[in-house]
Design a binder for this molecule. Sequence first.
Ligand SMILES: *[C@@H]1O[C@H](CO)[C@@H](O)[C@H](O)[C@H]1NC(C)=O
Ligand SMILES: *[C@@H]1O[C@H](CO)[C@@H](O)[C@H](O)[C@H]1NC(C)=O
Length: 274
Amino acid sequence: MSDGDNSPFLIEDYRFLEPPRARSRRPRYWYLSLAAIFCIGIMTALLVMYFGGTTLVCRRESDQQTGVWSPLADAVVFEDINFANNFSHKSPYRGPPNPEIEREWNRLILFDPIGIEGDKLPRLNRSIVDPWTMATAPGHEREYIVAFEVFHQLHCLNLIRQYTWLDHYAVPPSSLRGGDRVGNRMHVDHCIETLRLSLMCNADITPFLTRNHDVNDPTNRLNAKADFDSFHKCKKWDPLVSWVRDHTWEKSNIDELRPAHHFKSTYDNHEEGL
Ligand SMILES: *[C@@H]1O[C@H](CO)[C@@H](O)[C@H](O)[C@H]1NC(C)=O
Ligand SMILES: *[C@@H]1O[C@H](CO)[C@@H](O)[C@H](O)[C@H]1NC(C)=O
């Protein structure tokens, strides 16, 4: 009865001669095929569901460069840019303080609170037994409050900038108003250390070139001028800011995360001092 022993033509002939009982085998064989296809379909669906969260959907939980867990990781988009940073390049962040420059710097510093679940603490090398600040906003009571280092670092850079221009302010900027001379110096000193740690931790290994520079300058033995407009691969800024704005439950600023004696008034007020 084996089909394999016959040519296709013979099978046709043979089937024609089969008794009714033998003929009924054909539909049963089809059900088996359908069952096999069904099983393969289920298995494929299970595989997709299993790997979907990690590979197919590709929702990122960690910084692609460092592997550090962050709720902001999924908002990271890289872009290729040449810095616009020659020695005299104009920028909204450079120059003697004026209300517009202060506003631009303030807009870089975002301390809106973000909530994370307790099971994420070990990924930040922290234990749930310590008294970390928890959110009080409705619906977020079981979340721990975090902010992001980049904004602390920008706050520090801004503070150092303001310190270098201190005699240009009629009233000192709020972050330098609360402390006495020693207190301000300590704060700036902390900020310099903050940036040193961060710069070394994130060591930017992007190479920059130097251009031949035909000036007979005895202090410039290489006769070369650095190209600080170097090519960079950067995390886009705006998506990070949008993510923080979209995931916070209240607008905040750094003043609320600091001991009160450091900051007596909010950032928004120090334009009045100019
Ligand atoms: C610096 O960049 C500006 C434009 O960004 C350009 O106009 C100027 O020529 C550059 N200066 C030097 C010295 O390269
Ligand atoms: C933090 O990291 C150190 C060094 O890797 C480790 O010994 C320690 O157990 C970690 N603590 C927590 C709470 O994860």
